[in-house]
Design a protein around this ligand. Structure first.
Ligand SMILES: *Cc1c(COP(=O)(O)O)cnc(C)c1O
Length: 374
């Protein structure tokens, strides 16, 4: 910040001209005034004195606001915070009318796939499963759809969709477009700029970044249709009660401050590890789109490679064999050990969430675990 601001003005205008690297540090601060706290306080309350703008803390909490403003600014829209990524997913799926049609990737985050599968089995929705890399195939599934759910890159196959092309086609067909941007983060991809109606995040992952909270967000456009969607989503949050605890919201904002640093290091590490893994004889395939910090590998084995994939994940000392991703600490797991993981995910696939440690230490750890496979 160059010139001092008059006291009482927000320290962080969401000026789009500020680099995202600055925004993650500067957004969501209290107004500057002599003696004011640099950081927002944590407000532990269930209720408010009558006649104010909000009467009960299931509706809103001032600790949510700075994090919502920060992520909304980064995505170019208006954010709502939820108790988890899945709470945000469920809120978006609830926008689809009963009996409506959803177009969705056959291989995506398993919580989304399971939710849609069960809704279809119960006759609540019709789901058209697609391969999101097959743009023509997705377009063909769009007529009559109410919502297209996109995830790009997908978890854990790391498929990448033509967001702008599919969004335009979906709008022609009259469908809403929701994009799960958890893997890319707004630093690498801004789906609202590509025309999407709703962005969804598991803030549990890169945004909070330290594997210590579970949170989710939706982000909608700051225009008339976007504000209308936001009102419906906020109503669903208030009545469903899937709200964030104030301490978690505060921790997530604290984590967000280093998003650009963490992501830059993790992406650098991921590029290098993907390159080295591709040359390893025990690795039959590396899936990596060339950006982002998740790398998936398929492990060669005597039969289908599932045992060897398990052994790779179990044999590391720095990498932890644990589910989830997006933290500073490197993690890996054989994905098909998770119930509900789509069958399109190979049984020998190990998803690696590359952290911010030293890349050579990470590599040596993988090498020794791969060597132990025999
Ligand atoms: C983890 C994840 C979710 C679910 O988020 P939670 O915070 O665990 O509820 C949704 N989408 C993607 C892509 C994820 O990786």
């Amino acid at each position: 910040m160059s010139a001092p601001r008059p006291s009482g003005t927000p320290a962080t205008p969401h000026s789009p001209e500020l680099s995202p690297r600055t925004q993650v540090v500067a957004a969501g601060r209290p107004p500057r005034a002599p003696g004011a706290s640099l950081n927002p306080p944590v407000t532990f309350t269930s209720t408010y004195i009558a006649d104010g703008p909000v009467n009960y803390a299931r509706v809103d909490n001032p600790t949510w606001t700075p994090f919502e403003e920060a992520v909304g600014g980064l995505e170019g829209g208006q954010a709502l915070l939820y108790s988890s990524g899945m709470a945000a997913v469920v809120a978006v799926l609830a926008l689809v009318p009963r009996g409506g049609v959803v177009v969705a990737p056959a291989a995506a985050y398993n919580g989304v796939v399971v939710s849609l599968t069960e809704a279809a089995q119960e006759g609540l929705l019709e789901v058209r499963w697609v391969d999101i890399t097959d743009t023509a195939g997705v377009r063909a599934a769009l007529p009559g759809a109410d919502l297209i759910w996109l995830e790009s890159p997908t978890n854990p196959l790391l498929d990448v969709a033509d967001l702008a092309g599919l969004t335009a086609a979906a709008h022609e067909a009259g469908a809403l477009v929701a994009v799960d941007n958890t893997f890319a983060t707004p630093l690498l991809q801004r789906p609202l700029d590509e025309g999407a109606d709703i962005v969804v995040h598991s803030a549990t992952k890169y945004l909070a970044g330290h594997s210590d909270v579970i949170l989710g967000l939706t982000v909608t456009n700051d225009d008339e249709p976007g504000r209308e969607l936001r009102t419906r989503l906020a109503r669903h949050r208030t009545l469903g009660g899937a709200i964030a605890g104030p301490m978690e919201a505060w921790l997530a904002l604290r984590g967000l401050r280093t998003l650009s640093l963490r992501l830059e290091r993790a992406c650098e590490n991921a590029v290098e590890l993907a390159r080295r893994l591709a040359d390893h004889p025990r690795v039959s395939r590396v899936r990596y789109p060339g950006w982002g910090a998740v790398v998936s590998v398929e492990v060669a084995g005597r039969t289908d490679g599932a045992d060897e994939a398990e052994a790779l994940a179990a044999g590391t000392r720095i990498w932890s064999n644990s589910t989830s991703l997006g933290g500073v600490e490197s993690q890996l797991e054989r994905r098909r050990r998770q119930p509900g993981e789509p069958e399109a995910v190979p049984v020998n696939l190990v998803r690696m969430s590359v952290g911010v440690e030293d890349v050579d230490d990470l590599w040596r750890d993988l090498e020794q675990s791969l060597a132990a496979l025999g």
